[in-house]
Design a protein around this ligand. Structure first.
Ligand code: SF4
Length: 926
C-alpha cells in the first residue's frame, strides 16, 4: 500500500519507522531479536526514549529470574555502564522454561526496584506493635538482637517456637536446611490457601502431588481454571498452549468465569463450582463404556486388582471383569447427572466428553488452585481429573500429563543437618491427618484456642493479613505479644503484615538476590539462577563484593546471606549450629554464598561438562547464561522409577483413605458436595462468591508498587450476570453490600455475561490498604481507618482512595486513577477442608443495597463469629480423627521438613521397623 503524504514526512523525520524497509530487496537487514551471549558484557543499542535522537547506550546484560510468580522466567537485566544501574529488563532467551518471553509482570520488575517508597534499611518498631512507629537500625543490630531471641528460645528447648512462614518460595531447600540446622520443626507455608487441595487428589494416585502438562504436544488441552494460566505458570504455559493449538489441539476450559484463557477456548464450560468432579466422572464413564481406555496402561500400572480383592472378593480377579464392574461402579454418573450438578446443557457434557474420550495418550490436563482449592471436597476434582489421564493412558506420555517431580531438579546441598527432634502441632494438628501441607490459614485460631505460641516468627515475602481469609484474626494474633514473642517481616516491599512486625528487614527483588529455581513448566527439566545482577556486574568489572547489600540499593539484602550470618550469631559456640555453615572448600571457615552455589551447580547433571566447553566452571556458566537445560524431555519415567505409592502402582484404590477413616473415598467418587452446592445455599437469596482468581497483571501482594501494572488494573468490582443484576435491581457502577458468614464489604457492580448466573466474582490482589501512619504502595492503596467496635467487631473505612504525590519519579504525580478497589479476603471465614486441610475459598454470600453509612470500600468483620465458624469446620475433622498404628499421618505421603520418624506417631506409639521411611518434601509449597 502506498504511503500517505503525512507518513512520508513522518518517516523522513524518523518519527515513525522506515516503512519501506520491509519491502526492500538486496540490502534488507533482518530484525535482530537478541544479542548473542558473547556480546552480553558489551552491548550497545539506541535509547528508545531518546527517539528521534540516535543516542547510543552501552550495557552489560546480566541474567537472573523473575520473582513475580512461581514460574521463575528468565530475565536479562540491562545494566547501563554509564551509571551502573539497571535500566530495564527483557526476557532471557537462554532460559528453557520461558524461552525469552515474559508476561507483563517480568519487565515490570524495573518498577519494583525503582519504587520511591521501597524499604531501604532495616527497621525496628518504636511504640506498641502495630502502631506504625519505626526507627532505622544497622544490619549488625538486627542480626545480634534477633539471634539473641532465637538462641534464648532454642536453649529453652522448644522445637516448635521458632517459625519461618513463607509466602513466595523459590530457593529449593535453602530455608529447610537452615531450620534443620537450628533443630526446629518450624517450616510453615502458604500452600493450604493455594494448592493443597489439588495436591491431595494427585498424591492419592501417585504420591507426586503436582501435574506437569505437555501442552505443546497435546491433542486435547483440558484446563480446570479460575486462576490457572492467567496467574500461575502463566507465561511458560500460555506460550505452549498456543503452540499446541497451532498444531490443532483443542482447548477446553472449565471455569464459571470467562477468563482470558476461556475466551480463547474451543469449549468453555461454565460449571457450577464443585460440580467438576461429577463432570469428570461422567467422562470417565463414557471412556469406560466406549472401550476407549488404554488397556495396557490400566492393566500394568494401576492397582485395580487391590480393589477387586477387597471389594469383589468372590469375583475372578481378571482385568475384563474389573472393567465390567468399573462400568457398574460409575453407572450413576450419567451426562444428565453431570449436567444437573454443573448447571450446563447435557449436550455440552456429551459433546466435550467425546473430545476428551478420544484424546488417547495426548490428553493434557491441568488444575491448580481454582475448583480444587475453592470447594469443600475440592481435592476430589484433581483426583477425578487425573482419573481421565489414567483411563486414557496419558500419564507421562508425549502430549499427556506427567508428575511434576520428573521435571524438577532437586539440588544436592553441601551439608544435611539432622531431622528435627519434635512435631509442631500448630502446623500439623492431629485431627488433620491427611492435610497435605501445614494448616497455616487457621494458625490464628489454633493460637486463640490455646494450642501453642511462638517465640520468634519470620514472615518471608508473606502477607497473610491481606492475602489470607479473616485478616483481622491475623492482626489480633500479631498484636498479641504473648502469642507471638517477636515478629520479623522479611520483605522487599511494605505490606499489611509488615505493619504488625517488630523488625522489617528489606530483602531484594528479582535482580537483587540469590535463589535457585526449577519448575515443571514443560516436559523438560531445567535449573535457573536468580542472581543479584549488580553483584555479577561488579564481578565482571573486577570489583570484589563480600555481601550483596553492598551493591543493592540502600541496604537491601537477601535471605541467603542473612541466614548464614544469623545462624552464625545464634550459636554461642555450644549449640552445634555453626558446623552446618562451614565452607566445603576452606576447612574451618564460614561458607560464602558463592561457595553455596558453586557446590550446588557442580552437581547439576551435565552442567560442569557444558561449562568446560565454554572454558568456565558450573557457577561461571550459570552467571553467564542464567539457566541450564538438564533434560530435553522427561516422559515415561515410571518405566524406570515405578510409582512411589504403597502399592507401587497408580492407586485407583486407596487403602490409606480407608485406614485413616474415609472409606467412602477409597476410589474416586463424588461423595462430598461443596459447601456452595445449590443444596447448601438458601435458595435464590444466596450466591456463590468466586474470589480466587486474579488478573494477569498482578501478583498477590507485591505488585502494588509496580506503576505500569497498576495503571492497567487497579479495581476489583463484583462481576454479576445481567439476570442477577436485574433481579437485584442494580446497574453497572451501583454499590452492592456482600455479606459473608462473618462480615460484609461494599463493592461496585460490573454487569457481565462473563460470569455464571448465581455466581458472583471478585478478583484477588486488589483492595490494598494502609492507615495514615503506614508507608508504601501508594499506587494502589486506599487510606483506611480501623475501628474496634467492641465484642470482636472490627470496622474498616476508606478515608481516601489512591492519590498522586510528589517524589523523585515524576510519574507518581501523574496518577490519574483514584479507585483502589476493596479488600474482600478479610471478610472471608476460614473453611478448612477436613481431608486436604485446604482453605475452601468460595464463599456463600448475600447481596443487598448498602444501608446508610455503608460506603464503597467499607468492611465489617465479627472476630467472635469467625472463631465460632472455624470451630464448626474444625469439628468435622475432629469427628473423623483416626490414627492407624498411631500414625499422625500416612508415612508414605510427603510432608515438608519431615522430623525424625518417631515423631510421626501419636504419644504412646512408636515406629514399626516394617513401615516405610518418611520423606521430606524439598519442593516448597505454592
Ligand atoms: S509468568 Fe510473568 S510473573 Fe511469572 S515468572 Fe514469568 S514473567 Fe514473571
Amino acid at each position: 500500500m502506498a504511503k500517505t503524504f503525512i507518513e512520508n514526512i513522518a518517516q523522513k523525520l524518523r518519527i515513525i519507522p522506515d516503512l519501506d524497509r520491509e519491502h526492500a530487496s538486496g540490502n534488507q537487514q533482518p530484525l535482530r531479536k537478541f544479542p548473542s551471549a558473547d556480546e552480553w558484557h558489551n552491548f550497545t543499542e539506541l535509547d528508545a526514549n531518546a527517539w528521534p535522537l540516535r543516542l547510543e547506550r552501552n550495557y552489560s546484560l546480566v541474567p537472573t529470574t523473575c520473582f513475580n510468580c512461581e514460574s521463575a522466567c528468565g530475565l536479562l537485566a540491562y545494566v547501563d555502564k554509564d551509571n551502573g544501574e539497571v535500566a530495564k529488563f527483557e526476557g532471557n532467551p537462554h532460559h528453557p522454561g520461558s524461552r525469552g518471553r515474559n508476561c507483563a509482570k517480568g519487565p515490570a520488575t524495573i518498577n519494583q526496584i525503582q519504587d520511591t517508597e521501597r524499604i531501604m534499611h532495616p527497621l525496628r518498631r518504636t511504640g506498641k506493635r502495630g502502631e506504625g512507629g519505626w526507627e532505622q537500625i544497622s544490619w549488625e543490630e538486627a542480626l545480634d538482637e534477633i539471634a539473641a531471641k532465637i538462641r534464648s528460645s532454642l536453649k529453652r528447648g522448644g522445637v516448635d517456637k521458632v517459625v519461618y512462614h513463607v509466602g513466595r518460595p523459590g530457593h529449593e531447600g535453602y530455608a529447610n536446611r537452615v531450620l534443620k540446622a537450628w533443630g526446629v520443626d518450624g517450616h510453615n507455608s502458604h500452600t493450604n490457601i493455594c494448592s493443597a487441595g489439588a495436591r491431595t487428589g494427585y498424591s492419592l494416585w501417585q504420591k507426586h502431588d503436582r501435574p506437569s502438562p505437555d501442552h505443546t504436544n497435546a491433542k486435547v488441552i483440558l484446563l480446570t481454571s479460575s486462576h490457572l494460566e492467567t496467574g500461575h505458570y502463566f507465561n511458560p504455559h500460555a506460550q505452549r498452549i498456543l503452540e499446541g493449538m497451532m498444531e490443532g489441539a483443542k482447548l477446553i476450559v472449565i471455569d464459571p468465569r470467562l477468563s482470558n484463557t476461556a475466551a480463547m477456548a474451543d469449549h468453555w464450560l461454565p460449571t457450577w463450582p464443585g460440580g467438576e468432579t461429577a463432570l469428570f466422572l461422567a467422562w470417565a464413564k463414557m471412556i469406560i463404556e466406549r472401550g476407549l481406555y488404554d488397556r495396557e496402561f490400566m492393566e500394568t500400572q494401576v492397582n485395580w486388582d487391590a480393589w477387586m480383592r477387597a471389594v469383589h472378593p468372590n469375583e475372578p480377579c481378571e482385568f475384563e471383569r474389573f472393567i465390567e464392574l468399573l462400568g457398574e461402579e460409575y453407572a450413576e454418573y450419567t451426562p444428565e447427572f453431570a449436567a444437573a450438578e454443573c448447571r450446563i446443557p447435557v449436550e455440552q457434557v456429551i459433546e466435550v466428553g467425546e473430545v476428551v474420550a478420544n484424546a488417547g495418550t495426548q490428553l493434557c490436563t491441568h488444575v491448580w488452585r481454582s475448583a480444587a482449592i475453592g470447594n469443600l471436597g475440592g481435592w476430589q476434582v484433581s483426583r477425578s481429573l487425573h482419573f481421565l489421564n489414567v483411563l486414557t493412558g496419558s500419564v507421562g506420555t508425549v502430549g499427556g500429563t506427567s508428575p511434576n517431580s520428573w521435571s524438577k531438579f532437586k539440588p544436592s546441598l553441601f551439608d544435611v543437618p539432622p531431622d528435627p527432634d519434635g512435631w509442631n502441632e500448630l502446623h500439623f494438628p492431629p485431627e488433620y491427618t491427611l492435610s497435605h501441607y501445614e494448616m497455616s490459614h487457621i494458625l490464628p485460631h489454633l493460637v486463640k484456642d490455646g494450642r501453642g505460641t511462638m517465640d520468634v516468627y519470620f514472615t518471608r515475602v508473606f502477607n497473610p493479613v491481606w492475602t489470607y481469609p479473616d485478616g483481622f484474626s491475623w492482626i489480633e494474633m500479631l498484636e498479641n505479644e504473648e502469642a507471638v514473642g517477636c515478629h520479623i517481616a522479611l520483605t522487599p516491599t511494605w505490606n499489611e503484615t509488615a505493619f504488625f512486625a517488630d523488625y522489617v528487614l528489606p530483602m531484594g527483588h528479582a535482580s537483587e538476590r540469590h535463589d535457585v529455581n526449577s519448575y515443571a513448566t514443560s516436559s523438560g527439566k531445567w535449573v535457573a539462577f536468580r542472581q543479584p545482577v549488580l553483584r555479577e556486574y561488579a564481578r565482571r568489572e573486577g570489583r570484589e563484593v563480600e555481601f550483596t547489600h553492598e551493591v543493592n540499593p540502600g541496604q537491601v539484602w537477601e535471605e541467603d546471606e542473612f541466614w548464614i550470618e544469623l545462624s552464625w550469631r545464634i550459636d554461642d559456640g555450644t549449640m552445634g549450629i555453626r558446623e552446618h555453615f562451614m565452607s566445603p572448600y576452606r576447612e574451618g571457615e564460614k561458607i560464602t554464598v558463592d561457595e553455596y552455589y558453586q557446590y550446588l551447580f557442580e552437581r547439576v547433571p551435565g552442567l560442569p561438562e557444558a561449562a568446560e566447553k565454554e572454558g568456565t566452571n558450573a557457577l561461571g556458566y550459570m552467571r553467564q547464561h542464567g539457566a541450564f537445560l538438564i533434560e530435553e524431555a522427561t516422559y515415561e519415567k515410571h518405566k524406570s522409577e515405578g510409582w512411589p505409592t504403597p502399592s507401587g502402582k497408580q492407586e485407583f484404590y486407596s487403602e490409606t483413605m480407608i485406614e485413616f477413616g474415609y472409606p467412602e473415598h477409597s476410589i474416586p467418587h463424588y461423595r462430598q458436595k461443596s459447601h456452595v452446592h445449590p443444596e447448601n445455599l438458601s435458595g435464590e437469596d444466596e450466591y456463590c462468591l468466586l474470589p480466587n482468581f486474579r488478573l494477569p497483571q498482578h501478583i498477590h501482594s507485591r505488585s502494588a508498587n509496580a506503576k505500569w501494572l497498576v495503571e492497567i488494573a487497579h479495581r476489583n468490582p463484583i462481576w454479576i450476570h445481567p439476570k442477577d443484576a436485574r433481579k437485584l435491581g442494580v446497574a453497572e457502577g451501583d454499590l452492592l453490600k456482600i455479606e459473608t458468614e462473618i462480615g460484609w464489604f461494599v463493592d461496585k457492580v460490573w454487569v457481565t455475561e462473563g460470569i455464571k448466573p448465581g455466581v458472583v466474582g471478585c478478583s484477588h490482589h486488589i483492595g490494598r490498604w494502609r492507615r495514615k501512619q503506614d508507608r508504601g504502595n501508594r499506587f494502589l492503596t486506599n487510606t483506611v481507618v480501623i475501628e474496634d467496635q467492641g465484642n470482636g467487631k472490627m470496622r474498616m473505612k476508606t478515608v481516601s482512595g489512591v492519590e498522586p504525590w510528589k517524589s523523585d519519579d515524576p510519574d507518581t504525580n501523574r496518577i490519574w486513577w483514584r479507585d483502589g478497589g476493596v479488600h474482600q479476603n478479610i471478610t472471608h471465614a476460614v473453611q478448612p477442608d477436613p481431608i486436604s486441610g485446604a482453605h475452601c475459598w468460595l464463599q456463600k454470600v448475600r447481596l443487598s443495597r448498602p444501608g446508610p453509612g455503608e460506603d464503597y470500600g467499607d468492611i465489617e468483620v465479627d472476630r467472635e463469629k469467625s472463631f465460632e465458624y472455624y470451630k464448626r469446620w474444625n469439628e468435622w475433622a475432629k469427628n473423623r480423627e483416626t490414627h492407624p498404628r498411631g500414625e499422625r499421618r500416612p508415612l508414605w505421603m510427603k510432608r515438608p521438613l519431615a522430623p525424625r520418624k518417631e515423631h510421626f506417631y501419636m504419644p504412646g506409639f512408636g515406629p514399626d521397623s516394617t513401615g516405610p521411611d518418611v520423606v521430606s518434601q524439598t519442593d516448597e509449597g505454592e
